[in-house]
Design a protein around this ligand. Structure first.
Ligand code: PRX
Length: 657
């Protein structure tokens, strides 16, 4: 099958930042010019400017053994020192680092001086427990300040964290602990979620029950105060922190010292332990956080809604913002607890100026209706960001109009757990943005869209997204599996013409280049459909469906079809305010005609099913694989990674009727 993806949806709206915004922005067009002129020199300058190096580096990149890259190899730094001590030493100790907002309404402001003090104690506890540089520590916590403190304490002593999202089961926890041979687990008694207390420690107990584990101790944060079983290996976080010295001097580690492993699921096989290291990761995280969002650390209040269990939480809650000395909100709970206006209430309360969230959240708010955010004062917002999935143009417009008061730039940021930091995005102070397009590679990053032969597809065409040169925050491998690292990301274009200048990183995403050279993400390549010989993108048809005023959310899959090879089958969630308006049959007819009119008859869904909810992973991504099972009348496959496993039962039973 040809890699060319037929792209049919066209978008002509454009929004430049206001002249005042652009004039006050730090990012200038020279960033692109400098990076084009001397890419490695550009990154070396950023690394020197944005970070403190205990030992300056003299080499920028070693790419003599691809795909294993080394950045700033002979330099030494301490990641936690960069995120904490140096801000205090620069006189910013009183600046708030975290405005913590617990789900039940408890809140705490933590300054850089306080955060530094806590991390120093936590680092001393790790040392007391025999954790050495290079050892792995599993972190299984709710979104509470201790999650950030634990990550930074591990980084401070040169150990490696593996954060496991609190929603994962005991079994997932155990497999990740075993894969990394973690010596310590940091957890909590429980956390607050959807208005209830949810336990965490029992999952750790269950994970470690069968013995033979590398874990020597578990350190337990008291968050909810619920009863917990106690084992010999268990220690209370607060007791341990109180028992150690308050001082801890951050010693430097080599730039390539591993910083963390983060597991991400592939389409097949066991989750991959994506390995990130220190200097390059922190450089690109800090650079992108500063320039994409136009961060002004003295005045902005930044809020990234991601959990620290995901890469977005690593790079844009912990490392990027703290390296830049930002003030940010950390929220424990869900958007609808105790009421559906909770996020907007938080923005009003803390005068949040930069909001970074995911399309799935935006579409959920669209479904609930604009009257909810409109009850709150959102005028403090000046930049909005999106990450995790293609953002449908209509969701983008809604975000801008309803949340951004028609003024704020929106940055749609494309990247992955593997890329470590933002790769493709507008820069909010510079770029004229287009709803639905992630637009251009950030300065210093080289991206292309290729066909299967490794040839550039040319403007107006779709193909496969690749990164053509190594980048500072790139993954350094898959933990314990160098072969899988090569196969998964680097073998795709080997031997093709495009690969002649060196190996190409295959991201697994389809993309289109428009006539301005802007990039449009078309979804995972595995989700692409082939209808009558045309490769159609799920993202585009979904965007067309969401553009209709009845629709809040849509998922599209290709189902086997005798005539066309595959046929488009859509699952649609109707906006609450519209749900009563028409029969399902009428809605389906309307939407089919709408897609045919907007994109073309080739994209008209064969069937449209109206559902109450779409199956999503815990990080909010739609699981099209399961919908494909339903559409093709198969038994529904593995649902264990769904946030709500019941959703598929409801959908499947609806189909059977
Ligand atoms: O398919 C792309 C999609 O999310 C994938 C990476 O997922 P993960 O490693 O969980 O990281 C998510 C947060 C960085 C990508 O391969 N994706 C991410 N951002 C976008 C996106 N798709 C379209 N537009 C985006 N802005």
């Amino acid at each position: 099958m040809s890699a060319k993806i037929d792209s049919l949806l066209h978008e002509h709206r454009k929004f430049a930042p206001s002249p005042e915004f652009a004039a006050a922005a730090d990012a200038s067009p020279e960033l692109y010019a400098d990076a084009t002129h001397d890419r490695l020199g550009f990154w070396a300058d950023q690394a020197r400017e944005l970070l403190h190096w205990h030992t300056p580096f003299t080499k920028t990149l070693d790419w003599t053994n691809p795909p294993f890259a080394k950045w700033f190899e002979d330099g030494e730094l301490n990641v936690a020192y960069n995120c904490l001590d140096r801000h205090v030493l620069a006189g910013n100790g009183d600046r708030v680092a975290l405005y913590f907002e617990g789900e039940p309404g408890d809140s705490r402001a933590i300054t850089y001086a306080e955060l530094t003090a806590e991390v120093k104690r936590a680092a001393n506890v790790l040392i007391k427990l025999g954790v050495n540089a290079g050892d792995r520590v599993a972190i299984y916590l709710p979104m509470i300040p201790e999650a950030v403190i634990a990550m930074l304490a591990v980084a401070r002593i040169g150990a490696v964290h593996s954060v496991i999202f609190g929603g994962f089961s005991a079994e997932s926890l155990r497999s990740r602990i075993d894969d990394a041979n973690a010596v310590l687990v940091i957890t909590a008694d429980g956390g607050y979620r959807k208005g209830k207390i949810s336990a965490l420690k029992p999952a750790v107990d269950a994970a470690l029950q069968s013995g033979d584990s590398s874990v020597r101790n578990t350190l337990v944060v008291k968050r909810t105060g619920q009863d917990v079983e106690w084992n010999d290996r268990d220690l209370w976080w607060h007791d341990e922190l109180a028992s150690v010295d308050a001082e801890h001097e951050a010693i430097p580690f080599p730039a390539e010292n591993p910083l963390f492993i983060l597991y991400t699921s592939g389409t097949t096989g066991a989750p991959k332990g994506i390995l990130h290291t220190s200097g390059g990761y922190l450089t690109q995280g800090a650079f992108t956080h500063k320039n994409v969002f136009d961060l002004k650390p003295e005045t902005d209040v930044y809020w990234c809604t991601a959990d620290v269990g995901w890469i977005t939480g690593h790079s844009y809650v912990v490392y990027g913002p703290l390296a830049n000395g930002a003030t940010q909100v950390l929220y424990e709970g869900t958007p609808d607890s105790p009421h559906t206006g909770r996020w907007w209430e938080i923005i009003e309360k803390y005068k949040v100026s930069i909001l970074y969230t995911a399309p799935t959240a935006i579409r959920t708010f669209m479904k609930l209706g604009r009257q909810i955010p409109q009850k709150f004062d959102l005028s403090s917002l000046r930049v909005l960001g999106s990450v995790g999935e293609p953002i449908n143009p209509e969701a983008w417009m809604w975000y801008r109009e309803v949340i951004g008061g028609n003024l704020t730039p929106i940055v749609d940021t494309w990247w992955q757990t593997e890329t470590g930091a933002i790769m493709v995005s507008a820069l909010s102070g510079l770029t004229e943005t287009k709803p639905g397009s992630a637009q251009v590679a950030i300065p210093g990053i080289t991206i292309d869209v290729l066909d299967d032969d490794g040839q550039h597809v040319g403007y107006g065409n779709g193909g496969l997204l690749v990164v053509t040169e190594p980048w500072p925050a790139m993954l350094r491998g898959i933990w314990g599996d160098p072969e899988r690292f090569k196969e998964t990301y680097w073998d795709k274009f080997e031997g093709t013409k495009g690969a002649k200048d060196g190996p190409l990183y295959f991201a697994g995403d389809g993309a289109r280049l428009d006539h301005d050279g802007d990039i449009w993400l078309l979804g995972r390549v595995d989700d692409v459909m082939n209808v009558s010989g045309h490769r159609l993108s799920t993202a585009e048809i979904e965007s067309s469906l969401v553009a209709h005023h009845l629709t809040a959310e849509a998922a599209v899959v290709g189902a086997a079809d005798d005539t066309t090879g595959q046929a488009v089958v859509a699952f649609v969630v109707i906006k609450l305010s519209q749900a009563e308006e028409a029969s399902h049959e009428d809605i389906s007819t309307l939407l089919r005609a709408h897609v045919a009119q907007q994109i073309g008859a080739i994209a008209r869904p064969r069937e449209i099913f109206i559902v109450d909810e779409l199956p999503k992973t815990r990080s909010g991504k739609i699981m099209r694989r399961l919908l494909r099972d339903v559409a093709e009348g198969r038994e529904v496959g593995d649902t264990t990674t769904l946030a709500d496993t019941m959703v598929m039962n409801t959908i499947a039973s609806k189909m059977r009727k």
